[in-house]
Design a protein around this ligand. Sequence first.
Ligand code: NAD
Ligand code: ZN
Length: 395
Amino acid sequence: MAPHAPAAAEDPSLLTAGPPPHDGSTGRCVVEVTTPASRYEIRIGRGLLAEPGSWAGLPAAADGVIVSNTTVWPIHGPALCAAIAPRHRQVTHVLLADGEEHKDWSSLQTIYDHLLRTGCDRKTLLYALGGGVVGDITGFAAATYMRGVPFVQVPTTLLAQVDSSVGGKTAINHPLGKNMIGAFHQPVRVLCDLDTLSTLPAREFAAGLAEIIKYGPIHDEGFLGWIEANLDALLAREPAALARAVQRSCEIKAEVVGADERESGLRAILNFGHTFGHAIEAALGYGRWLHGEAVGCGMVLASQLSADLGLVPGGFVERMRRLVQRAGLPTAAPAFPSERWLELMRHDKKAEAGEIRFVLVDRPGHAVVRAAPDERVLAAIRRHSATGPGGPPPA
Ligand SMILES: NC(=O)c1ccc[n+]([C@@H]2O[C@H](COP(=O)([O-])OP(=O)(O)OC[C@H]3O[C@@H](n4cnc5c(N)ncnc54)[C@H](O)[C@@H]3O)[C@@H](O)[C@H]2O)c1
Ligand SMILES: [Zn+2]
């Protein structure tokens, strides 16, 4: 048994002895992630964070260190601290400034300083409490401190629960590019407490929906239909709908990451809408549109390109556009000159030798990665462009 496997006696409610993985009575489930070098659980449900049983089966560590930010810590920090206190000789915390602009060397240094000053050793367990920014930076600190210590993801944004906390990609930004300094380092557990989503601002919530929507067209048409049918319940943050959406998203991400941990092939499909989205983010300046907003619009453009290349019928584009719009995400791209679009996409980290590679849908529920002629790409963008610079204000 892996060292972090759950101890049945401590928390029987979370154990799954096979399908069905979702427990309708408690709204809780466990999704397993298995990569060549690691195996860990994503525990999903309400009220998990404050329960000591949620933390059963983690590696023994004298020191527990919670990394969070100044927004999330006051809401959830004390409860997490109390829940994990029995597991450690001491629990300390280190707080980072809030914002993507702080996903940098300086914040990383703050974490290292804290770990060294408090005498943390190679067995120290880090807990990343926050959104994707805290998760990515804590993961990178864990990957590098004393050549690697274990860490737990406690994602508190929808985007982090369905995407960034799973899969082991960790990074900080460099002034010349987002996520350019990083490492693969899998967490030992991911704990998605659905109750944390209740305080998330509406715009951040919608941005997370974009990453949920993404999984449908690339991997599971049935899930796409489910999202369409349940979007109002999701927008109302109904617990049962949220549980199902987070569970299915994590299952798909786990499956894809398990098959291709280091993104040599299949994992690239998770970037559906992202080549266009990254270009929008970079051109507008990071933070103007949230990542999920740019991805929402990017999925419309990628669907259009898929249709224009004859891979899917035109009706699929309208299906995706309507869904993205209903989710409260922008569907019209900002207006930039053609050359600017191409230049930005050629510089995307995912481009190979300057060739832009797109994730395209070749049938609803299935994706392929391929290059496309510039004129087709620009035509797809023009079909969905707003007039005037900067595009419409995001919904
Ligand atoms: N590692 C990966 O595979 C991967 C995948 C996708 C995105 N990412 C990264 O994730 C980051 C974006 O993550 P994000 O969208 O979670 O942004 P974020 O971490 O900046 O969080 C968004 C905002 O919500 C606040 N917040 C978090 N939880 C809250 C809560 N429960 N209640 C109220 N406010 C809360 C945060 O403090 C922040 O202000 C980017 O840096 C991106 O590069 C990584
Ligand atoms: Zn994304």
